[in-house]
Design a protein around this ligand. Structure first.
Ligand code: PEP
Ligand code: MN
Length: 336
């Protein structure tokens, strides 16, 4: 059960309510986010909400049968949209496009990417500076200096930055330069990281774990929300299956299922989803047709020379063609 409290609830009213809930053997979790106050109550499923409906200080009461509560659509039917400022939204009527290199490599590379994004009217750049790599000998990113460099170049154009945070100790130094913190597939169940991201007021894009179930992804999102951060976005990026013909099995089913289960925006990452450049465009379009609120994909001036994930990275021409196709799709397809 979720109890939405009036923001002006007094301490006396809240204590009275807590006592009452405890008398019904609920374990009560107080959640204060940047927007609202909630009590997430775990216990009786057949509770009659009229027992507390008259208490003062309550805005609304919702019975939520899912194991995850605050991210469930069972209590918040209208979709959440995240405002990044300068009229850039994730989870609105138009698809959110996030594009950029797998890794930030150099000033010259970022200049060229920004130029491409501006030409295509793409408002959000992706680019990792802390890279989770399977091999310790692979390029592991430029670190915080790379992020600062990207920020200085994006700021004059109001281009928003999404980049991966790998550990709790990086959050503070990254904070001024990041618009959306990406939690990578390998960290999808790093609960300490999720807790820490729940304590900041910046959007978090949470990727599905390498072998993560939909329920696990939603539970990870619940970690962040329940620590106080409602600005959450989910990302389907493919899962590991028995199939070896491509990097991951891009789970298009998950997009519709997630849209049904949660009010959070759902983004698709076809680059990591399939891992093969020539398939990325069609999978990006398929994801949008399946109801994704946007896509995140890798683009580089010369994918063959990229320091990471070149095999799944579009060049500028392919990226421009994808954007053109997305426009045509939205003109011709009824998404409801
Ligand atoms: C990335 O976005 O470059 C990345 C490493 O993604 P994932 O965590 O999905 O593998
Ligand atoms: Mn990558």
């Amino acid at each position: 059960m979720i109890i939405q409290l009036n923001n002006a609830i007094t301490e006396v009213e809240q204590n009275e309510l807590l006592e009452k809930l405890m008398s019904y053997n609920f374990s009560v979790n107080e959640v204060n986010t940047q927007f609202e106050k909630y009590l997430v109550c775990i216990g009786k499923n057949d509770f009659d909400i009229r027992e507390i409906g008259h208490q003062t200080g309550i805005k609304d009461v919702h019975i939520v049968s899912d194991s995850y509560k605050l991210v469930s659509k069972k209590w918040k039917v209208q979709d959440t949209s995240i405002n990044l400022g300068h009229n850039v939204f994730i989870g609105k009527d138009i698809p959110s496009i996030m594009a950029g290199p797998c890794s930030v490599e150099s000033e010259e590379q970022i200049d060229k990417i920004i130029n491409h994004l501006l030409q295509q009217n793409i408002k959000i750049i992706r680019g990792g500076v802390f890279k989770p790599r399977s091999s310790p000998y692979a390029f592991r990113g430029l670190g915080i200096e790379g992020l600062k460099m990207m920020y200085e170049k994006c700021k004059p154009h109001n281009i928003k930055i999404i980049t991966e945070v790998m550990q709790v100790s990086q959050i503070e130094e990254m904070l001024p330069y990041v618009d959306v913190f990406q939690v990578g597939a390998r960290n999808s169940q790093n609960f300490n990281l999720l807790d820490a991201l729940g304590e900041i007021d910046k959007p978090v894009l949470l990727k599905r774990g390498i072998s993560g179930t939909i329920e696990e992804l939603l539970s990870s999102a619940e970690y962040v929300f329940s620590k106080g951060n409602e600005k959450l976005i989910l990302c389907e990026r493919g899962i590991r299956t028995f199939e070896t013909a491509y990097r991951n099995t891009f789970d298009i089913n998950a997009i519709q299922v997630l849209k049904e289960k949660t009010h959070l925006p759902v983004i698709a990452d076809p680059s990591h989803g399939v891992g093969i450049r020539s398939f990325v465009t069609k999978l990006a379009l398929s994801a949008l047709i399946s109801g994704a609120d946007g896509i995140i994909y890798e683009v580089h001036e010369k994918p063959e020379e990229a320091l990471s994930d070149g095999q799944q990275t579009l060049n500028f021409m392919e990226s421009s063609q994808l954007i053109e196709k997305i426009k045509l799709l939205y003109q011709s397809f009824n998404f409801n």
